[in-house]
Design a protein around this ligand. Structure first.
Ligand code: SF4
Length: 377
């Protein structure tokens, strides 16, 4: 648990919310919730109490609930995005799940995110108002992980990734760095993975991806190179869809900082979209990433390439959150794909996919020849 950063006003960064268009290009400030709801059980955990203390010190209103059920959740998007709840993760919520192709297992330190991306993938996966839930029982969450060593379906099948050991993804339902100044959970997880004895000496890796850049508190942690920090990056033209998140140069500067601190690093290029001038834009992105890593001894760089897609459900939620969005979510411009669970998602037509894949893979090969592409999807 580290010291709190210099205090911005409660509700800061949330005001970056683009109701109908481009994000304001002003410096990003750490997000501070206006209201923090905390359950009695959550306050019983030292980690939960510390989160509440930090939020209060930054000016958030603390609401101590009388029971462990979350009540008084806001209806509006704006109010929900400035609300954080500190709760205890139930046994079912803290049970890790397989999460191919990113990692062997997913586990959650929190759910929800303070940014306002108009394509946010959480819209299709989290139900209810988009508040942030952060979990107080971190020791119980981390204790679920060591028994899964050697049981993954991703790294064991991919010889190029086998050396990483069993991999655990912490950013499926949140951007953990975006709330780290409040939670300290990421630092705790990084230290946990850094202790090889926690996993009986077996290889294991913590992974997370982020659009945020506040990496300073992570640089001196004893990570043991058992954490891979990936930065979610995109063409500059996509930044207009990413309210409340630091701009691309800040993310690339953070990439360099953590790579120099010895972390394994990665780029999550997502969501890839055929925006105007997309070839030149993605080429410039990969060139800038190469410049950011220049002179870094051994970044062990990986690249994940993820194209934009939407489901009928995620489109409805996103259009409710961002009614004026210019993000293309037009079925007429897409092809239907059925997921392995039988649901529908809309992806780009094959010729577009082929062109984008060739261009991106070629760009990685030219600008980042030492990088490993983990997957294209
Ligand atoms: Fe969603 Fe990621 Fe953007 Fe947060 S940073 S709003 S999780 S897409």
């Amino acid at each position: 648990i580290g010291p709190a950063p210099a205090a911005p006003a409660a509700g800061a960064a949330a005001d970056d919310a683009p109701a109908s268009g481009a994000a304001a290009p002003r410096p990003w400030a750490p997000w501070v919730p206006r209201r923090v709801l905390v359950t009695p059980s959550a306050l019983g955990w030292a980690h939960g109490a510390a989160v509440v203390e930090r939020a209060a010190a930054l000016g958030a209103e603390i609401v101590r609930l009388k029971a462990d059920r979350l009540t008084g959740l806001p209806d509006s998007y704006r109010d929900a995005k400035t609300t954080m709840a500190v709760v205890v993760a139930s046994p079912s919520r803290r049970r890790p799940q397989p999460i191919p192709p990113s990692a062997d297992w997913r586990f959650d330190l929190a759910e929800g995110c303070p940014a306002h991306c108009q394509y946010c993938y959480l819209a299709g996966s989290l139900a209810g108002p988009p508040i942030i839930r952060t979990y107080a029982n971190l020791p119980e969450i981390l204790a679920e992980l060591p028994p899964l060593i050697g049981q993954g379906s991703v790294t064991s099948r991919d010889p190029a990734r086998a050396a990483e050991g069993t991999t655990f993804e912490a950013s499926c339902y949140t951007d953990p760095l975006g709330i780290e100044h409040l939670t300290g959970a990421l630092a705790e997880a990084i230290r946990f993975f850094g202790r090889t004895e926690a996993f009986g000496g077996a290889p294991a890796q913590l992974r997370f991806t982020t659009k945020f850049d506040a990496v300073a508190p992570l640089l001196t942690l004893p990570h043991g190179r058992r954490t891979r920090i990936r930065f979610s990056v995109n063409a500059r033209a996509a930044e207009r869809f990413e309210g409340g998140a630091p701009r691309m140069p800040a993310r690339l500067a953070a990439l360099r900082a953590v790579a120099l601190a010895g972390y394994r690093v990665g780029l999550t290029v997502a969501p890839i979209m055929p925006l105007p001038d997309w070839r030149a834009e993605y080429d410039a992105l990969l060139r800038d990433a190469a410049a950011a890593l220049q002179g870094v001894p051994d970044p062990d760089l990986t690249v994940e390439l993820i194209t934009h897609r939407f489901t009928p459900g995620s489109r409805e939620v996103l259009q409710g959150w961002y009614p004026g969005t210019k993000l293309e979510m037009d079925e007429a411009q897409r092809v239907r794909k059925t997921t392995k669970f039988g649901s529908t998602k809309w992806v780009y037509p094959k010729p577009v996919m082929v062109q984008m894949r060739e261009a991106l893979e070629d760009g990685v090969a030219r600008h980042l020849p030492g990088a490993r592409i983990l997957y294209w999807t």
